[in-house]
Design a protein around this ligand. Structure first.
Ligand SMILES: *[C@@H]1O[C@H](CO)[C@@H](O)[C@H](O)[C@H]1NC(C)=O
Length: 366
């Protein structure tokens, strides 16, 4: 698997300079400045309304903060050598079919913070090398089925802060190498069963700040290697049995904060064996399910929940007693213990240690 971070670095720095290919026009486009025999063309904030023509020798074109308005078919005619294309803050509303025609070497495409409402089917045709696609901070409500299909190398897809409402099966068809999918800050209330089946290798899935009221079990059931899942700030009252099971051995970070969460099903954490960081603050939780194994946890937030300090919560207290971190968590009940910290409360002194599902033979140490 290729390393995301090393490629990311390359994208944000200037690409390494090498001697220009033959046939490069001698001129830097007006108002822009250029480096390395036109390999880098920088036209940041110069009021351009059209994409300047650059030659095949140009690898990086920075067009940030120009009032482009839209991207029509074949906007980048002869710029076939582009590897990195920066189009943030360009007031782009529409991306036409084949807008990036011919850009078969493009790896980085930045379209953040525009006004994109519609992406036409076929908009991303030819982008078979594209690895990083940034579409955050736009107004996208719908994604045509298969719109990402040309991007067989797509690794990161950034869709935060758009207006997505629904996710249909086939949305990510073809993007089989996608590893990071960011959809925080949308209006998602539904994720259809099958909508993530094409991207079963996702490692990072961000869904916080949406409108999901039900845990999307069916949509997530094919995911196998999710390491980080964020669902905070969705109005979800409960987490069902086996919610994380298909990727439970990989999941290290789970954010379930500020959701109004009232309850976990008893088997909610079945199969979860590696979680290090768990965030449950700002909910309405009174207890934690038996399937939650605390042993791997090194970062836990529990504040702003009405914890019931009864023996059901004793495993949490035992973990606190043996852990270096002892996070804040106030008892809301029973009345005698109200306002006490779980870590200090005497509510647990009479609780017995129950072995997990008694099996024959001695308990194994882990
Ligand atoms: C715990 O997790 C939060 C949220 O991811 C993070 O901001 C914080 O730095 C972590 N704390 C430690 C001690 O790792």
């Amino acid at each position: 698997m290729r390393s995301a971070s090393s490629l990311l670095l390359l994208g944000s720095c200037l690409l390494a300079l090498a001697p220009a290919g033959q046939g490069a026009p001698a001129q830097c486009p007006g108002q822009c400045h250029c480096h390395g025999d036109l390999q880098h063309v920088i036209c940041d904030s110069v009021g351009l309304k059209k994409i300047p023509r650059v030659s095949e020798a140009t690898k990086l074109l920075n067009m940030q903060r120009n009032p482009l308005g839209s991207l029509s078919t074949g906007s980048f005619g002869e710029s076939r050598g582009l590897v990195s294309l920066h189009l943030q803050h360009c007031q782009i509303r529409q991306v036409a079919a084949q807008a990036f025609k011919g850009l078969k070497k493009l790896v980085y495409l930045y379209l953040s913070n525009n006004d994109i409402t519609s992406i036409e089917p076929g908009a991303f045709e030819d982008l078979s090398e594209l690895t990083y696609l940034y579409l955050d901070g736009n107004q996208i409500a719908d994604l045509p089925k298969g719109v990402f299909a040309p991007m067989i190398n797509l690794f990161i897809l950034q869709l935060n802060d758009n207006r997505l409402r629904d996710l249909q099966p086939g949305t990510f068809a073809g993007a089989k190498d996608l590893r990071w999918l960011h959809m925080s800050g949308n209006q998602l209330s539904v994720m259809q069963p099958g909508s993530l089946d094409d991207v079963e290798n996702l490692a990072i899935l961000h869904l916080d700040r949406n409108k999901l009221s039900l845990y999307p079990s069916a949509a997530m059931s094919k995911l196998r290697v999710v390491e980080e899942l964020t669902l905070g700030n969705n109005p979800m009252r409960s987490i069902p049995d086996n919610a994380f099971q298909s990727f439970g051995r990989y999941m290290e970070k789970l954010h379930l904060d500020n959701m109004g969460l009232e309850k976990f099903s008893d088997g909610a954490f079945t199969g979860v064996t590696a979680v290090k960081s768990l965030h449950l603050d700002g909910n309405k939780l009174r207890s934690l399910p038996r399937s939650l194994d605390f042993r791997t946890i090194t970062n836990l937030t529990l504040t702003s929940n009405p914890w019931a300090c009864t023996c059901t919560l004793a495993p949490l207290r035992r973990w606190m007693d043996s852990s270096r971190i002892r996070p804040d968590a106030l008892c809301a009940s029973p009345p005698l213990h109200r306002g006490k910290q779980v870590r200090d409360s005497s509510a647990f002194s009479g609780c017995k240690v129950k072995p997990k599902k008694a099996k024959k033979g001695p308990l194994k140490r882990h």
